[in-house]
Design a protein around this ligand. Sequence first.
Ligand code: NAD
Length: 361
Amino acid sequence: MKRYNITLMPGDGIGPEITEATKRVLEATGVSFNWEVVYAGAEVQEKYGTPLPDYVLDSIRKNKVAIKGPVTTPIGSGFRSVNVALRKKLELYACVRPCKSYPGVPTIYKDIDIVVVRENTEGLYSGIEFEKGSPQTAELIKLIERTNGSIVRQDSGISIKSISEMGSQRIVRFAFEYARADNRKKVTAVHKANIMKFSDGLFLETAREIAKEYSDIEFEDRIVDNMTMQLVKNPNQFDIIVTPNLYGDIISDLCAGLVGGLGLAPGANIGNDCALFEPTHGSAPKYKGMNKVNPMAMMLSGVIMLRHIGEMENAERLERAIAAVIAEGKNVTYDLKPEGERDQAVGTSQVADAIIEKLKE
Ligand code: NAD
């Protein structure tokens, strides 16, 4: 029987609990895995002098497929995001975040099936930043004044937003190819090209050019502020959304909210060589070790991973089992219980037990 070599990163906060639950349901499908377990984040920084040791990257490059739990990023000071670094270093340029309604979830919207395709390697997440008061910042402020005529206040901190033609072509093409492969009808590009003419403007212009190569799929664009309003008002009009990095991050959380919250929002980071699967949510530190949070976002990331490695039938089986547990509404975590019934919620590991039982049916 075929065994798949997969890098497994439990992460921190709630990461280890949801990873364990996910590993159990993936194994219960009958697919055979060799897990290569690796660690990143604050816990390894002391030992390796970096929160993202090379051995982690080497493992993913070798195995080509990885699944991970969330990793905490210190806010303001401290090390930069391990999650962003992984996507950049492995050139995982496409972040795919499907948001789908499952019957039984207490939510006001029904029948939503939106996929957010977010550019993962550039935009405001390039990590090119200049700290307030540093000599480099002073030099940059002078350069801006000399070349652009704009005055930037001396006490400013600066984050650079850069969007390339190549990066835009690559992500928009990915969105259209995804649309074709998944039998979808429409791609909506989201931007703020009216204000940021040279970055978002380039993204939009490139998107329009690429759209001409895909006359079988409808194309439209929306300004990001209007988009958030329309997503709340009438989300069913959208199919695939393609967008630069920051808007994609925000919109995918919004879309997760439409279908019942972060506990049901899976994600995939895809590059030409490797793929890394992870839930959209973070490490929710306040729930660490409490056996409380919903493992389904990570399990559904596992479903996408199974499809990626070609285990289509087992992916369908696992998704059906998760959907059945949601529909029954008995063995679900607090976030999937209606207000007033939250005291009847079960824990993370009991959700895994219930899904494993369904897989046996
Ligand atoms: P978060 O997603 O961790 O949590 C926000 C809230 O959403 C939680 O308090 C909880 O109420 C709810 N929630 C999240 N996951 C849930 C689940 N599985 N089940 C039920 N409810 C859930 O966001 P945050 O608090 O802003 O971030 C915490 C840390 O996670 C930060 O350090 C952040 O940088 C990091 N983060 C990591 C990733 C990643 O690893 N890819 C992604 C986002 C945030």
